[in-house]
Design a protein around this ligand. Structure first.
Ligand code: PMP
Length: 419
């Protein structure tokens, strides 16, 4: 069946509700997506039919619960082109996945004189964990500079990399500007220098076909809640030999091989990194999210989002007081559009959009250093997903006009006559 956002919307009851007396227009999927009823049903079904703790339970329910969780792990592996399910670690979110690599790999393998390379685009979740690791190990943080349009070029990355670079951690797509990075080429550059590459896929994996083997990524972190799945679940993919070499950051039940009163040995990955009772219902239901995305088709989702973004850019560029941030070249953009209107505060802009039922995100988008570099306090951000339609872009256009009218943007200042 061909892709139809309108037909898909039937599966998302929340998209049928109204907000402040207007139909909801949800343009905030980069923060978290909505979930179709197939995923909500899978969560309910887990609790209603299969709920039990895993880890060597011998009763039927425990076996069913474990089978569901492991089936999702296998599906996740297949979805991102990973060679086997053991390379998939369930965490709580992208943030925890990156912290796991920074602490579990970095503390063991980095020392004074080593360099960790990031880009200036990074979300705080792919920055602060490395800052902490640098402080702990004596390693140095370096940054690939971005152009004024928020683009990371291969030349800039090459110039920033040196013989001491041990880890290059970068986002595949910027959550604040929408920039798409040349992932495969950046990973190849890192490998040429003998460094590892971690890809923050939080904004990529939900929207584009992902193949970690074609990329040759060493690590990939992403969040199911941004791709129709449950909150409270994160994914870390890592090459087997790297996961094998890592220490856990949480210890306790579920991650051990053998325990004595004075010491313990640890299980093999991925269980070594999954101490305690995981988000079982979430992990089980994530499989339903993957099924949904695959049925829609990742290429069709990408094409649909590109069309919406092209239209949104047209609408934004039509207003002279609107400044669009990020790449001018549409082929370097994903489904995120960041903008400011004259010198209005993004929070004021967001509030007027909200009065129209249009949900956009405003602020620094967890990228404070980037906002500082670009000389803005923040932006308004519209982000698109498979269930958005051209009507949603029209609502964005109406919202823009409303903001301008509300704050009298572009109107000549009134001249008051003095007597
Ligand atoms: N990296 C990027 C690029 C993101 O967009 C986000 C979420 N905004 C994160 C990391 C953090 O994801 P989470 O909050 O699920 O840990």
């Amino acid at each position: 069946m061909s892709f139809s956002a309108k037909a898909l919307r039937e599966d998302f009851p929340i998209l049928g509700r109204s907000v402040r007396g207007k139909p909801l227009v949800y343009l905030d999927s980069a923060a978290t997506s909505q979930r179709p009823k197939q995923v909500v049903d899978a969560i309910v079904s887990f609790y209603e039919n299969h709920n039990a703790n895993i880890h060597r339970g011998v009763h039927a329910l425990a076996e069913e619960a474990e089978a569901l969780v492991e089936a999702s792990r296998a599906k996740t592996a297949r979805f991102i082109g990973a060679p086997d399910p053991e390379t998939i670690v369930f965490t709580r979110n992208t943030t925890e996945s990156i912290n796991l690599v920074a602490q579990g790999w970095g503390r063991k393998h980095l020392e004074t004189g080593d360099e960790i390379l990031l880009t200036e685009l990074e979300h705080h979740s792919n920055l602060v964990p490395w800052q902490r690791l640098a402080a702990e190990t004596g390693a140095e943080l370096r940054f690939v500079p971005v152009t004024d349009d928020g683009v990371v070029t291969l030349d800039a990355a090459r110039a920033a990399m040196g013989p001491c670079t041990k880890m290059f951690a970068f986002t595949a797509m910027s959550n604040s500007l929408g920039t798409v990075l040349p992932v495969k080429e950046l990973i190849a550059l890192a490998h040429e220098k003998g460094a590892l590459a971690l890809v923050d896929g939080a904004q990529w994996v939900p929207h584009r076909k992902t193949d970690v083997r074609a990329w040759d990524a060493d690590f990939l972190a992403f969040s199911p809640h941004k791709m129709l799945g449950p909150t409270g679940l994160g994914i870390l993919y890592g090459k087997s030999r790297l996961l094998e070499s890592m220490d856990p950051i949480l210890t306790g039940g579920g991650m051990i091989q053998e325990v004595f009163y004075d010491r313990a040995t640890y299980a093999s990955p991925p269980h070594r990194f999954e101490a305690g009772t995981p988000h079982l219902a979430g992990a089980a239901a994530f499989g339903a999210a993957i099924d949904y995305l695959e049925a829609a088709g990742m290429d069709a989702i990408h094409a649909h989002e590109s069309a919406l973004v092209a239209k949104a850019l047209e609408v934004l560029h039509a207003e002279s007081e609107v400044v669009v941030l990020g790449p001018k070249d549409a082929s370097l953009r994903g489904g995120v559009v960041s903008f400011n209107i004259a010198d209005l505060h993004p929070h004021d802009v967001g509030q007027v959009f909200d009065m129209e039922g249009v949900a956009v995100r405003v602020g620094h988008h967890c990228c404070q250093p980037l906002m500082r570099k670009l000389g803005v306090g923040g932006t308004a951000r519209a982000s698109f997903y498979l269930y958005n339609t051209l009507e949603d872009v029209e609502a964005l256009a109406r919202g823009l006009k409303k903001v301008k009218k509300f704050f009298k943007v572009g109107e000549p200042a009134k001249v008051t006559q003095r007597g």
